[in-house]
Design a protein around this ligand. Sequence first.
Ligand SMILES: Cc1cc2nc3c(=O)[nH]c(=O)nc-3n(C[C@H](O)[C@H](O)[C@H](O)COP(=O)(O)OP(=O)(O)OC[C@H]3O[C@@H](n4cnc5c(N)ncnc54)[C@H](O)[C@@H]3O)c2cc1C
Length: 259
Amino acid sequence: MISNLSVEILSHTPEPEVTVASAAKLCYSPSKIKEIREKCSPQTAASFIRMLSSMGHQSPFEHASFTFGIEGVSRILLAQLTRHRMASYSVQSQRYVKETGFAFVIPPDIFQQEAALSEFNLALKTARESYEKIVSILKKVHTENSISKGIERSKAESVAEKRSIEDARYLLPGGIETKIICTFNARSLINFFSNRCCNRAQWEIRTLAEKMLECVIKISPNIFANAGPPCCSGKCPENKMTCGKMQETLEKFNKIKQA
Ligand SMILES: Cc1cc2nc3c(=O)[nH]c(=O)nc-3n(C[C@H](O)[C@H](O)[C@H](O)COP(=O)(O)OP(=O)(O)OC[C@H]3O[C@@H](n4cnc5c(N)ncnc54)[C@H](O)[C@@H]3O)c2cc1C
């Protein structure tokens, strides 16, 4: 298995499009909030949201949030994902959860080259064995130290295990799998899709971004109508670094949005 990547929406703002459109209408209306909300049907919201997008009035999009459950991604991806500061994250801890026989993501180019794959597997086998050995060495030392200070064995072992795994994790490979729950508002998600659906982003986070877009487009087709890499809604900003695959990319994202 190259990757066990899976994404699901755990929860989202109820009626995200009506919420966004009502917030934006409030800016231009003398009416009470209740009246604005009651008058804002899903159809009215749809056309209003498309107008907001074309005007670049982005702040109302912050009122719709989406929470994702993500599994089977690497710690490398985690480092890239959390660069997106306008989001909230909870991540499985390597301090508190022991990485017993850890699963990992294999980049496709390594997976397809027998010699590279064999080297990769060898390094992982060594990492797994060294991790277990270091945990065991440190756990024994810490347990004995605590017992010598009068701490009862079962308590000493439990504290020693935590102290051991939080240090042993320093040798863990970047490809190791992790689990993440993250919440983005729609404005931040549109920025995330613009950065990470682009062919210049690395394959793993690009795959994740595409799957996240597939999830939210079903819930809020108007909010995310123009979401995706910049070339899908205008010109490629990458200049000399362009992938040159604008038409192909446009067709791919049109398919995602029509699915
Ligand atoms: C192809 C690619 C290659 C990359 N390569 C590198 C690399 O080599 N090295 C590297 O370090 N990173 C790299 N990155 C990460 C990139 O620089 C951003 O950190 C990441 O994409 C998050 O984008 P963001 O800041 O727009 O998102 P967010 O942090 O979610 O911010 C959203 C928006 O809020 C505003 N904002 C947020 N914080 C501030 C602030 N402090 N001041 C002013 N405005 C703010 C900005 O308008 C920003 O666009 C790369 C990203 C991509 C897609």
